[in-house]
Write a protein that binds this ligand. Structure first.
Ligand code: GUN
Length: 281
């Protein structure tokens, strides 16, 4: 049987470590505040935002909530971001995505000060990751590195295949695995012989957003499989991009859905917030 990589346990562990660190920083007079901006009231976004604010409360940093109406203009949103950029009390700024269609997402991400961009989406932070400089790293891929390291899975020298090339997961994931000295392949919808490429992976990271797309025929015997997908069926049952029941018996280790990658995103957001606090010291 494969080892189950327990994201719930590992994310709790990380949040407890951060809580301790925040207490130490507070004792030195350093406080933290994360500004969380939501435009409109998409129900899924509201759940994420609530969970982010709860995590702030748990580790002991303040969250400042900005719930803006759907009709908010791009200029109004940028004006708020600029005000928060200039506010010394705020060390992290997060705009929950997606923003409504009349607002240009790239402009919004670009307006956040790179030093407060705890999502790691600003081109300066993405560039820093690309050339190996210090900066904020996108939370889901950073969480996957923690899952692997804290489960004792060696990365250096391993063949890693990343399925999906999004700016938030696939691309930064590939860069992080490269930083950890894996041999990295990025695949996407135009990749030829995807199955054969995936079968070369010692570590297969799947972020394609297609329910149960990866079956056992894509997986090398003894591989580690990380499933970033999350899909809800009509009975509210969650599943990932990987056919778990079929793939699991062939793996060395695998993340379940739910309880694998999911809980790590917020833990790493908190980690970035604490890093922002430390930098502001
Ligand atoms: N929407 C979906 N995932 C994320 C995320 O990690 N950060 C933000 N800001 N919005 C998101």
């Amino acid at each position: 049987m494969a080892e189950l990589i327990d994201g719930k346990r590992i994310s709790s562990e990380i949040k407890d470590e951060l809580k301790q660190k925040v207490a130490e920083l507070k004792a030195q007079g350093v406080t933290g505040a994360l500004a969380v901006i939501q435009v409109g009231n998409d129900p899924a976004s509201s759940v994420y935002v609530r969970n982010k604010k709860r995590a702030c409360e748990y580790i002991g940093i303040e969250s400042l909530s900005y719930e803006l109406p759907e009709e908010t203009t791009e200029d109004e949103l940028i004006a708020l971001i600029e005000k928060l950029n200039a506010d010394d009390k705020v060390n992290g700024i997060l705009v929950q995505l997606p923003v409504p269609a009349h607002i240009n997402e790239d402009k919004i991400i670009g307006a956040i000060s790179p030093a407060k961009d705890v999502d790691g989406f600003h081109p300066m932070n993405v560039g820093a990751l690309t050339i190996g400089r210090e900066g904020f790293v996108s939370c889901t891929p950073a969480g996957i590195i923690q899952l692997l390291k804290r489960s004792g899975i060696e990365i250096a020298g391993k063949n890693c295949v990343v399925v999906g090339r999004s700016n938030i997961v696939g691309k930064p994931m590939a860069l992080l695995m490269l930083r950890e000295n894996a041999t990295v392949t990025i695949t996407h919808s135009k990749t030829k012989d995807l199955r054969e490429v995936c079968k070369t992976a010692d570590i297969l990271i799947v972020a394609i957003g297609k329910k149960e797309f990866i079956d056992a025929s894509y997986v090398k015997e003894g591989a580690t499989v990380i499933d970033v997908g999350i899909h809800r069926d009509e009975n509210n049952k969650l599943s990932g991009d990987v056919k778990f029941d079929e793939v699991e018996p062939h793996c060395h280790a695998i993340t379940p859905v739910p309880g694998g990658v999911g809980p790590m995103t917020i833990a790493m957001l908190m980690s970035n917030c604490v890093e922002a606090m430390e930098r502001s010291r």
